[in-house]
Write a protein that binds this ligand. Structure first.
Ligand SMILES: NC(=O)CC[C@H](N)C(=O)O
Length: 309
C-alpha cells in the first residue's frame, strides 16, 4: 500500500509546477481576482487521520459544492418528496443551461445543475425566513466540519446577486411552473449566499466524511444520515456532480465528486476517505482543471477508484 502522506505531498508539488492551470471564473466578478497559482489538497481518512498539503488552509468559495450539502438537508426535511421537484438524471448540459427546463416543464434534470439546486434551496427555505434557512445551511457545514469559523463571504454573495441574471431567469422560469414555492428573490438570496460559503480544503474534507462512511462521522460514530441516503447522494454525485463533465470525471477519477466554479472539488472514496482539492483555474465545463488531474493521480496511486484498481 503506498504511503498516503508521500502521495499527497508529491501531488501537491507536481501541481504547483504545472503551467496548464485552466481559467479562473470571471462571470462572478469577485471570483476573477483569485490567483490561479493556488493549489490545496486535504484527505480525511477512515481512522480520523488528516493528510493535507499546499494551500490546504486557505478558504475559497465553495460555490456548487454546497449543492451536495443542501441536497442532504432537503432530503432530511422532506424525504423523497424532493424528487417531485427535481430529477436525478445527468443533464449532459452546462451547469447554467436553460434549454432542458422548457422541454421538461420546469422540472430540473438533477439537484446539482443550477436550476436543480435553486429548486432544492426553495425546499429548504419553505416555512422559514431566508435568514433562518441560510443559518441552517451554514450551521450544518460548521457542524459537519467541526469548525465554527466557517463563514459566508458577503462580497462574493453580493457580486453574484448583482450579476446572476441567468440564475434569475432559471428561477423565474421554474416559478412560472410553480416548481418554486417562495418569492424568487428570497430563494435566490439564499442560493447565492450558500454558494458563497468559504471553506478550506481541510474543512471541506472534514465536512464530507459522513458520505465516505455510511452516513456517519467516523470520529464520533454519530449518524448524520442513513447509510442508504449517503449511498444515494454519492450516486447522484457520481452521475451529475460535474455537469457535462461528469462522464469524464468518472472515467478519469472514478469517484463520486462535486465541483464548484471556485475551483474546489469534494470527492468521496467510500469506506476510505473524504477528499477536497482546490485549484481556481477551470476547464471548459467549469470544473477545476488541476483539481481533476490531482484526484486522478491520487485515485490511481492509492487504488481508490470505485471501479477497481
Ligand atoms: N458551478 C457552479 O459552481 C455555479 C455556482 C454559481 N453560484 C452559479 O450559480 O452560477
Amino acid at each position: 500500500m503506498p504511503d498516503l502522506e508521500s502521495v499527497v505531498r508529491d501531488i501537491a508539488e507536481e501541481m504547483r509546477e504545472r503551467s496548464d492551470r485552466g481559467d479562473v471564473a470571471t462571470y462572478i466578478p469577485e471570483l476573477a481576482s483569485v490567483s490561479p497559482a493556488a493549489f490545496g489538497i486535504a484527505v480525511a481518512g477512515a481512522d480520523g487521520e488528516m493528510v493535507a498539503a499546499g494551500d490546504c488552509d486557505m478558504p475559497f468559495s465553495i460555490q456548487s459544492i454546497s449543492k451536495a450539502f443542501t441536497l442532504t438537508l432537503a432530503l432530511g426535511k422532506v424525504g423523497d418528496r424532493v424528487w417531485r421537484r427535481v430529477g436525478r438524471e445527468p443533464s449532459g448540459s452546462p451547469f447554467n443551461s436553460i434549454v432542458q427546463l422548457e422541454a421538461e416543464h420546469g422540472i430540473p434534470r438533477n439537484p446539482f445543475i443550477n436550476a436543480g439546486a435553486i429548486a432544492v434551496t426553495d425546499i429548504i427555505l419553505s416555512g422559514h425566513q431566508p435568514r433562518e434557512a441560510l443559518g441552517e445551511i451554514l450551521r450544518f457545514m460548521q457542524f459537519l466540519a467541526e469548525d465554527n469559523s466557517i463563514f459566508i463571504d458577503e462580497a462574493v454573495a453580493a457580486s453574484e446577486q448583482r450579476t446572476g441574471f441567468r440564475n434569475r431567469a432559471l428561477a423565474n422560469y421554474m416559478k412560472s411552473f410553480d416548481v418554486l414555492e417562495n418569492p424568487v428573490d428570497y430563494t435566490l438570496g439564499v442560493y447565492f449566499h450558500h454558494c458563497a460559503i468559504a471553506m478550506s480544503c481541510r474543512q471541506l474534507a472534514m465536512a464530507g466524511r459522513f458520505l465516505a462512511h455510511n452516513g456517519r462521522n467516523p470520529a464520533t460514530g454519530l449518524s448524520v444520515v442513513s447509510a442508504e441516503r449517503a449511498r444515494r447522494i454519492n450516486a447522484v454525485m457520481l452521475t451529475c456532480g460535474h455537469y457535462d463533465g461528469s462522464g469524464e470525471f468518472a472515467y478519469r477519477v472514478g469517484l463520486p465528486g462535486k465541483s464548484g466554479v471556485g475551483g474546489g472539488i469534494l470527492a468521496i472514496a467510500p469506506g476510505k476517505a473524504s477528499i477536497a482539492v482546490w485549484s481556481p483555474g477551470l476547464d471548459a465545463s467549469g470544473n477545476s482543471h488541476l483539481g481533476r488531474i490531482a484526484l486522478e493521480a491520487l485515485t490511481q496511486r492509492m487504488g481508490w477508484s470505485v471501479f477497481g484498481v
